[in-house]
Design a protein around this ligand. Structure first.
Ligand code: HEC
Ligand code: HEC
Length: 285
């Protein structure tokens, strides 16, 4: 079945389901067994077309990279917008509905690590959102982990728009740094510190535009590989050394259960001068 037909049928399925549920709601009023009442409560969450009904289609990472870079500069919408548009926006350009119904500008919120808070790198947030546009968490989480682990250990930026550099940015080669962290704050601050270029410089803006392209390329590579391998897809990158090492005692069912997350631990708990020594009274490891 071709894609557009599947979409139309998917959407019709959702409509039919919706009307059945509306009818069922009236019936529950009479008998109201507890289980059915609980089900009825969940019915508001049924969405048009069903959950995760959008299908991913293979994209060309090189083509999307330049679009993601341009998207970063478009009205200053930034990294998360650029990456997400480089995936779902390109599907919208190529296939139309339902992808073109997405309000892309919503992902301006990812800029600057969420409304300039420097939390998660917005490019990664855009990539994760693009993965979750098509896959539920059991399949999506490992793909997001692959993207995030790759980001922690990669010297950015890689992409270079050369002559096509945005006039608001910077033309030419840029110095790189490895963030060891998925956080905008750590990634940008470390780069600005290592390169002696300001965190508010043109070069830094350009750097993040190029990282937008880099993260878009990687996201598409992961999605394309997933499309080929299906349920057999596995990431190439194993758990970070620090997460394995520290996770031996920190975690559910371990010596101590006070830890949340999968970020590499060393960016913040390294005992380096910049983050202070958290280990003064720590058990011997
Ligand atoms: C040999 C087991 C073990 C390993 C390995 C381990 N921890 Fe701990 N850690 C503990 C225990 C036990 C505590 C005390 C927990 C409590 O008080 O509930 C602790 C406490 C901490 C604390 C609280 C502050 C402090 O200094 O007491 C931090 C932060 C911490 N660990 C980080 C880490 C990091 C980061 C790693 C990896 C580099 C790590 N731990 C590896 C067992 C371990
Ligand atoms: C982005 C920085 C960052 C990363 C990455 C990070 N932590 Fe933390 N962690 C913190 C901060 C900040 C606290 C709160 C410290 C406090 O209580 O003042 C904390 C708290 C903790 C605590 C509770 C004890 C305490 O001092 O509050 C443990 C245990 C811990 N972290 C272990 C880890 C381990 C293990 C990893 C890697 C899997 C990790 N952290 C990754 C910054 C980080």
């Amino acid at each position: 079945m071709d894609q557009s037909r599947r979409m139309v049928l998917g959407a019709m399925g959702g409509l039919a389901l919706g009307s059945t549920l509306a009818g069922a709601g009236v019936a529950f009023g009479k008998e109201n067994p507890p289980a059915a009442a609980a089900d009825a409560k969940q019915q508001r969450f049924s969405q048009l077309g069903g959950d995760f009904s959008w299908q991913y289609q293979k994209l060309d990472p090189a083509e999307s990279a330049m679009v993601a870079y341009d998207g970063y500069w478009h009205k200053g919408y930034g990294c998360g917008y650029g990456v997400f548009y480089g995936v779902v926006g390109m599907l919208a350009e190529k296939f139309g509905a339902p992808y073109n119904t997405f309000p892309f500008s919503i992902f301006e919120m990812f800029k600057g690590g969420m409304a300039d808070w420097g939390t998660i790198c917005g490019a990664l947030a855009g990539g994760a959102a693009a993965i979750f546009a098509f896959f539920p968490r059991k399949q999506a989480n490992p793909m997001v982990s692959e993207l995030f682990r790759w980001y922690e250990k990669t010297a950015f930026p890689i992409f270079d728009p050369k002559e096509a550099a945005n006039p608001k940015g910077f033309k030419g080669a840029l110095p790189t740094s490895i963030s060891n962290s998925v956080l905008c704050h750590v990634s940008v601050s470390r780069w600005a510190y290592v390169t002696k270029l300001g965190a508010n410089s043109k070069e830094r803006s350009e750097r993040c535009g190029r990282i937008t392209a880099d993260v878009c390329i990687k996201t598409i590579e992961i999605l394309n590989a997933k499309l080929d391998a299906g349920m057999d897809w596995k990431g190439a990158l194993s758990k970070q050394e620090s997460v394995v090492q520290c996770g031996a005692c920190h975690g559910k069912g371990k010596m101590t259960d006070t830890l949340k997350g999968n970020m590499g631990c060393d960016a913040c708990h390294s005992g380096s001068e910049a983050v202070l020594d958290k280990f003064h009274d720590h058990p011997k490891m």
